[in-house]
Design a protein around this ligand. Structure first.
Ligand SMILES: Cc1ncc(C[n+]2csc(CCOP(=O)(O)OP(=O)(O)O)c2C)c(N)n1
Ligand SMILES: [Mg+2]
Length: 331
């Protein structure tokens, strides 16, 4: 199947600003997370999404409030764009009760039932069967919803990937598989773990329509996601998008990055989805420098408030440590 063309010509100022704002929210939020991590305020594992923002932002434009989302441990951006507040995400990163998972999950386990954001999953490939189950539930209960499942290319090495693709196709389930191919699974390049590196071919082998998309171009991502989500929503069964992207930072906060050249990282940074998009909008007369400054200021305020909220948050009392672990005794 051919990749749908991006709808550049019909792009209005408000929507352009919205896309830019969402990408900047993720970028600035995560830069602050890195800072707070170094300051010892955030602990445990933290995986930054910096460089990949165009994928979550573009793809999420195709989803409706009733749709479901499943993501990985690199999910701060997906949660933010979906509408989970920056404050409740930051509080979760701190481990405070006011966090979206009540401080029990941390960075890798953001969760928000109200927006149908079903995590945050630390297990590579673990979100895929969950997404298939959510879509099956929607289908059986007659709800016309899409489940968007975001996962890294490392997940295709897992049995769960193949089982999930098979069942989704066999049962014609409304799943939009969003594979974020950033070329590495921790330190393992795709070609070192896969005999077949064409990920779309893997999807089409299950009879699932699939195409590759430039994941550094938010408009291309949005156009592809709209096209695929419309097909899924219209009863077309599962669809698969391979977003070709790159993470600019280390895998997690503990990674010395010995597996890739600095030169390669620098080359990809030339395609940074944020300054490139912002420059093209200015060139086309859709935005001015002062618009961009204003968005930056609004985003900075939101991030500062999120940190203040997390700082002011409370720790769960130690007496509650077994809560949600064992069933409560009948009183
Ligand atoms: C089942 C399982 N195996 C191994 C790991 C260790 N692990 C954590 S992240 C990761 C790499 C996953 O890479 P990818 O799916 O490409 O996602 P990315 O980190 O690039 O976003 C691995 C192997 C894990 N969390 N779960
Ligand atoms: Mg990867």
């Amino acid at each position: 199947m051919n990749a749908p063309q991006s709808a550049q010509h019909g792009l209005g100022r408000d929507h352009a600003l919205h896309l830019l704002r969402q990408m900047l929210r993720i970028r600035r939020f995560e830069e602050k997370c890195a800072e707070q991590y170094s300051a010892g305020k955030i602990r445990g594992f933290v995986h930054l999404y910096i460089g990949q923002e165009a994928v979550a932002v573009g793809a999420m434009q195709a989803l409706q409030p009733e749709d479901a989302i499943v993501a990985t441990y690199r999910e701060h951006g997906h949660a933010l764009v979906r509408g989970v507040s920056a404050a409740s995400i930051m509080a979760e990163m701190y481990g405070k009760v006011e966090g979206c998972s009540h401080g029990r999950g941390g960075s890798m386990h953001l969760f928000d039932a109200a927006t149908r954001f079903y995590g945050g999953n630390a297990i590579v490939g673990g979100g895929l069967p969950l997404a298939v189950g959510l879509a099956l539930a929607d289908q059986l209960q007659g709800r016309n919803c899409v489940t968007a499942c975001f996962f890294g290319e490392g997940a295709v090495a897992e049995g769960e990937f193949h089982e999930s693709m098979n069942l989704a196709a066999l049962w014609h389930l409304p799943v939009l598989f969003c594979c974020e191919n950033n070329l590495y699974a921790m330190g393992t390049a795709l070609a070192r773990s896969e005999s077949e590196t064409d990920l779309c071919l893997k999807a089409t082998s299950f009879e699932i329509p699939a195409w590759p998309v430039d994941g550094m171009d938010v408009l291309a991502v949005e156009a592809a996601a709209q096209h695929a989500a419309t097909a899924v929503r219209g009863g077309g069964g599962p669809h698969f998008l391979e977003f070709r992207t790159y993470r600019f930072r280390a895998h997690s906060m503990f990674d010395p990055e010995l597996y890739r050249d600095k030169q390669e990282v620098e080359e990809w940074k030339k395609r940074d989805p944020i300054p490139g998009f912002s420059a093209s909008l200015k060139e086309r007369g859709l935005l001015t420098d002062s618009d961009v400054r204003q968005v930056e200021e609004e985003v900075a305020t939101e991030v500062t408030k999120a940190v203040d909220f997390a700082e002011a948050g409370t720790w769960e009392p130690v007496e509650d440590v077994t809560r949600y672990v064992y069933s409560e005794a009948a009183r």
